[in-house]
Design a protein around this ligand. Sequence first.
Ligand code: SF4
Ligand code: SF4
Length: 343
Amino acid sequence: MRLLKGHPVDSDSFETKKTLIFSIQHFCLHDGPGIRSIVFFKGCPLRCAWCQNPESWNKKPELAFKAHLCIGCETCLDACPQNAILSPGNRNTDLCRLCFTCVDKCPSSALTRFGVYRSVDDIVEELKSEYAFYKNSGGGVTFSGGEPTLFPDFATRLALALKKDGIHVAIETCGMFQSHGMEDVTGPPDTTGPTDPTGAPQGKVWDFLSLIDLVIFDVKLFDNEAHKQYCGTGNAPIKYNLKYLSKLKQSGQGPDVRLRMPVVPGITDTADNLSGWAGFLAENNFSAITLVPYHNMGESKRSWIGLAPGPDLPSLTDKAMDAVREFFIAGNFSCFDPGEEPP
Ligand code: SF4
Ligand code: SF4
C-alpha cells in the first residue's frame, strides 16, 4: 500500500484556480473535532432521496426562488436584461443567462444565488480570522458539499494552503470517488468498482486524501440495488474506497476515518441494511459509528430550485433511532451523536 504524496496538481485548469462553493459556515461543532469552518463544494455524484442539501447537487450556479419571501413587487421583471422573467418565480430558462442581476435587485431576498466561484486565496483569507479558534479548540476546516472529492485539484490546493498554516483538515464524503487511475473525476462515477481490492488505489483523489487528517465517511445503503434506487448509483466504489481507507489507517499511512450513517426510517434502518453494514464494517476493523437522524429539511429547498418533490418519507421517531443505536451497541460498536465523538 502506498500514498501518492507529491502528485503534481494540474495548475492550468479553471477548476484548480477557482471552484464552485455554495456556502462557508463558521463556528460549527458537528462536523469533526473542535470548532470548525465548513466549506461546502457544489456538485455531487449521488442523488439521495433524503438529501438535506439538494442545492449542492448541480455543478453549476443556480438561481433559486423562495416563494414565501416574495412580496410581488415585480422589480425582477424590469431588472432582467434578457426579459427572461415572465412573472415572479416564473422564468424562461432558455433565455436566462444566469447573470444574477435579478438577485441583486430583489428587495426581499426571494431570489437567491446558489454557488459562487472562489479561489484558494479568497477562501483562506476568509478563514484566517478563525485560525485561533481552531487551534484553541482542536478544530479546523472541514470540506463538505456536495462532494469535495469531485474537485481533487482544487481541494488539494486548498488543503495544502491550510496545512501550511498548521490547520487540521477533514472532509465529509459520500465515498463515491474514482480509484485505480481514473483521472476523469468529473465524469460519471464508475459503478462497477475495481475487481482487485489488493491493488494500491491511485488517482488525484487519493493524492488529496494523503494530505488530510480525517475522513468522515457516509455509509447509507448496503445493498447495491437499494443504493441505486435511493441514491442514484451502485455502491461498489464506496465499499472499495472504505475498505482501502481502513487498510491505510491500519497501516498508519492514511487519514483517520470516522463513519456516519443517516438514519432514514424504512430505508437505512431496516434489519437487512443494518446487519449488512455491521458485518462489513467489523470485517474492516471499524468499531464506532455516528448516527445522524433524518430531518425533512431538504424538501423546501427542492422547490426553490425547481426540482420535483422527493419521496414522502415518514418522520424519524425516538424509538426508531434508539433501535438503531441498540443494534450497533449489541454488535460491539460505539455509537455517537454528531459532534460527540471522542477526539
Ligand atoms: S423582485 Fe423579488 S420580491 Fe419582487 S417580485 Fe421579484 S422575486 Fe418577488
Ligand atoms: S439570472 Fe439574469 S438572465 Fe436569469 S432571470 Fe435573473 S436577471 Fe434574468
